[in-house]
Design a binder for this molecule. Structure first.
Ligand code: NAP
Length: 433
């Protein structure tokens, strides 16, 4: 028997479990360990609450979790309840599928002023992540600046501009729904340090901006390159740029504006005790597509700044780490035989949910190369013994199903669920205490 522990129950964790199950069948016990009492990682706390069709992929993970050889052990925190070294003693393979839950800092003067939040915190807030439920972002002023030109920046701009009715059918949490319904934000600026040809926004997500009830996108036609140059773009980016051209050609008269400010790099944030403005430097793009400051500066009023510039994986004591890239150091996922990383913890915060599937298969193959029959380790029996002796209240997948049912039962009409946002509430709803 082989014993495999996967830390993290998001897409990378589940696809790895699925791939291991496909390779080893009945000959491996796979434990998926998560710090939260609820599974699915970014599917629950990262994917936008109004993108329910994307969240539906968790049903597939459920099928994996309910198989005999795979177990979910929630409410177990690495570092607090058990260490990686202890897991390595108990399991033949330990896989870090811990994602990249920390915000990268803007690293400019004033970036610690109240009113500035990172996207991990902001997205976690509207998605009910227990770490960020108390964030209370500043929605009293009229101007928000969203830094970045990726899909997370789009999510944030869209969520900031939706009416309460447009959240019908979503699983946005009550505190965010209420706060956003009283929001005074009327102008949202999306700051891109490069140009339309360098955006990291996908067409489906970008197209949604044109269909918002009270908000409309604005693009300055002068920012768009010659149309003939679009032919050289990769097809997805070309579609996105075509949408930007449509936005530039259509004047929106909706009361909430979403302005694309391209060639615009934030260089400082100013305010008296709270963010009041962002100092921006104009950039130019060189032939390789890199941005350079031109020295020309201007300011944009802002009462809220959300920086959506990427994430990093928290380091774990004793595990090799690439500081510059904010991820574990590995040889394509193998940190050393018996210790692996997968998903964002391996490659950094790029790619869609589906990108994690081949990643999981690759790691399962490496595990199969490294551990032949298992080394007679204790596996889950040892984990259970250790956690029990430490008084850890492990939440199983069956317990999660109680939380799930309770969230569904208290949902507003038309909404899929009303999430619990507090760990103690989740554990109570699991019927464990
Ligand atoms: P991303 O796609 O890497 O975009 C990050 C953006 O931040 C880029 O525009 C980048 O500009 C900019 N940036 C980085 N550092 C900056 C700085 N110091 N100052 C100003 N701008 C800076 O990351 P993301 O939006 O966080 O998304 C992460 C991953 O999740 C992506 O693969 C994304 O597609 C995926 N995702 C998908 C969906 C969906 O499919 N619905 C939703 C959300 C996220 P440069 O290009 O100039 O570096």
């Amino acid at each position: 028997m082989r014993h495999i522990a996967i830390i993290g129950s998001g897409p990378a964790g589940y696809y790895t479990a699925e791939a291991c199950r496909n390779i080893f069948g009945e000959d491996a016990h796979i434990d998926i360990i998560d710090r939260l009492p609820v599974p699915f990682g970014l599917i629950r706390t990262g994917v936008a609450p109004d993108h329910q069709s994307i969240k539906a992929v968790s049903r597939r993970y459920e099928a994996v979790a309910l198989s005999d050889t795979v177990r979910f052990a929630g409410n177990v925190s690495i570092g607090r309840d058990i260490s990686i070294a202890e897991l390595q003693e108990l399991y033949d393979a330990v896989v870090l599928a811990t994602g990249a839950p920390h915000d990268r800092a803007l690293g400019i003067p004033g970036d610690d002023l109240p009113g500035i939040v990172g996207s991990a915190a902001f997205v976690g807030w509207y998605n009910g992540h227990p770490d960020f439920a108390g964030l209370a972002p500043s929605l009293d002023g009229s101007h928000a600046v969203v830094v970045g030109n990726g899909n997370v920046a789009l999510d944030v701009a869209r969520i900031l501009s939706k009416t309460p009715e447009e959240f019908t059918g979503s699983d946005i949490v009550a505190h965010a729904r209420d706060a956003l319904s009283h929001s005074n934000i009327r102008h949202i600026t999306l700051l891109g340090r490069r140009g339309p040809h360098q955006i990291a926004m996908t067409p489906k997500e970008l197209g949604e901006l044109a269909r918002l009830e009270r908000a409309g996108p604005h693009v300055d036609p002068a920012d768009l390159p010659e149309e003939s140059a679009d032919a050289l773009l990769e097809p997805g980016v070309r579609k996105s740029v075509t949408l930007l051209r449509e936005f530039a050609a259509t004047a929106s008269d909706k009361p909430v504006t979403i302005d694309f400010d391209f060639f615009a790099m934030p260089v400082a944030i100013e305010g008296d005790g709270h963010v009041e403005r962002v100092v921006v430097e104009r950039t130019r793009i060189d032939e390789a597509g890199n941005s350079h400051g031109t020295g020309e500066r201007y300011t944009i009023d802002a009462s809220l700044v959300v920086s959506c510039i990427g994430y990093q994986t928290p380091a774990i004591d004793g595990v090799p780490y690439e500081h510059g890239r904010g991820r574990f150091a590995s040889d394509e996922g193998r940190i050393l035989p018996g210790l692996y990383c997968v998903g964002w913890a391996r490659r950094g915060p790029t790619g869609t949910i589906g990108t994690n599937k081949p990643d999981g298969v690759m790691i399962a193959d490496k595990i199969a190369q490294d551990i032949s029959d298992g080394a007679g380790k204790e596996g889950r029996a040892g984990l259970d013994r250790m956690l029990e002796s430490r008084g850890v209240d492990v939440v199983t997948f069956r317990d999660w199903q109680n939380i799930d049912a309770a969230e569904i039962a208290r949902a507003l009409p038309g909404s899929p669920r009303e999430k619990f946002t507090d760990i103690a509430e989740m554990v109570a709803a699991s019927h464990k205490s």
